[in-house]
Design a protein around this ligand. Structure first.
Ligand code: NDP
Length: 258
């Protein structure tokens, strides 16, 4: 890793010379994370199901002089994840930062939930996180350095009616994060989870304004979150100042769960 003394302009975290792989980088929180990490000097490898969907993220990074590449991959497909990580390792040799952000919701009450809704959410949110951690973790072990940040949710901390599948997937991500932090800690690899509250993205945009107004009333900070609120913490956890933080699940929710 070629870290320099001066952090790039506009970012207090210096990731110069590092490679950061971000899943679900085509929009929302993942796009903000990709742009933030690139602004800190990292070369970003963005992943989504299609290359077209990634173009606006890649253009935004390149427009400010950053480096970014896009790869199409379904995070729930074991063989595709392995092939992708092999390609990235062959090209860059090392992967310093992994952000497992890709996620979906398929909300509905548990008693009426179809198997497909359960499988799709668990396979994308939980299995996808496992597949990338396993593949990239092997690369990080070889490099004797790594920062893994898994995007969970406060629904995995406190539960949320209508989201049994989603809550289970995110609670799973948190348990998984704590366990692999213990497995990888001695290899200079930290693993943390970030649990966003209510963040304004396509995922939450589908909710009626009435619900959004009600949620806002329950947030001590009295505002909904922005993707950048999450990206700032992810950049910190990826940077040198967070070397002694591992196995944690940190809520970024304006105080919703306090
Ligand atoms: P969006 O729906 O805006 O974006 C989801 C991202 O995940 C897209 O880039 C999408 O890419 C990607 N994705 C979905 N499925 C797959 C897949 N199978 N393979 C590869 N990529 C996939 O969601 P948000 O930005 O809101 O959410 C990002 C993360 O934050 C998720 O894990 C979510 O659970 C979590 N979160 C969000 C909250 C919120 O309030 N918004 C609150 C708590 C947690 P594409 O469709 O282009 O393939």
């Amino acid at each position: 890793m070629m870290a320099t003394a001066d952090a790039p302009k506009g970012c207090t975290v210096d990731l110069t010379g590092q490679v950061a792989l971000v899943t679900g980088a085509s929009r929302g929180i993942g796009k903000a994370i990709a742009i933030k990490l690139a602004s800190c000097g990292a070369t970003v490898v963005g992943v989504a199901r299609s290359l077209d969907a990634l173009s606006s993220t890649l253009e935004a990074i390149r427009a400010t002089g950053g480096a970014a590449e896009g790869y199409a991959c379904d995070v729930s497909n074991s063989a595709d994840v392995k092939t992708l990580v092999d390609l990235v390792e062959a090209k860059f040799t090392k992967i310093h930062v992994l952000v497992n952000n890709a996620g979906v919701t398929k909300d509905g009450l548990m008693l009426r939930m179809e198997d497909d809704s359960w499988d799709n959410v668990i396979n994308t949110n939980l299995k996808g996180t496992f597949l990338f951690c396993r593949a990239v973790g092997t690369v990080m072990m070889r490099g004797r350095y790594g920062r893994i940040i898994n995007i969970a949710s406060i629904s995995g901390l406190v539960g949320n009616p209508g989201q049994a599948n989603y809550s289970a997937s995110k609670a799973g991500v948190i348990g998984f994060t704590r366990t692999i932090a213990k497995e990888l800690g001695s290899r200079n690899i930290t693993v943390n989870a970030v649990a966003p509250g209510f963040i304004i993205t396509d995922m939450t945009d589908i909710l009626p304004d009435k619900i959004k107004a009600e949620v806002k009333e329950r947030i001590p900070a009295r505002r909904l979150g922005n993707p950048e609120d999450i990206a700032d913490l992810v950049a910190y956890l990826a940077g040198p100042g967070a070397s002694y933080i591992t196995g944690q699940a940190i809520a970024v929710d304006g105080g919703m769960t306090c």
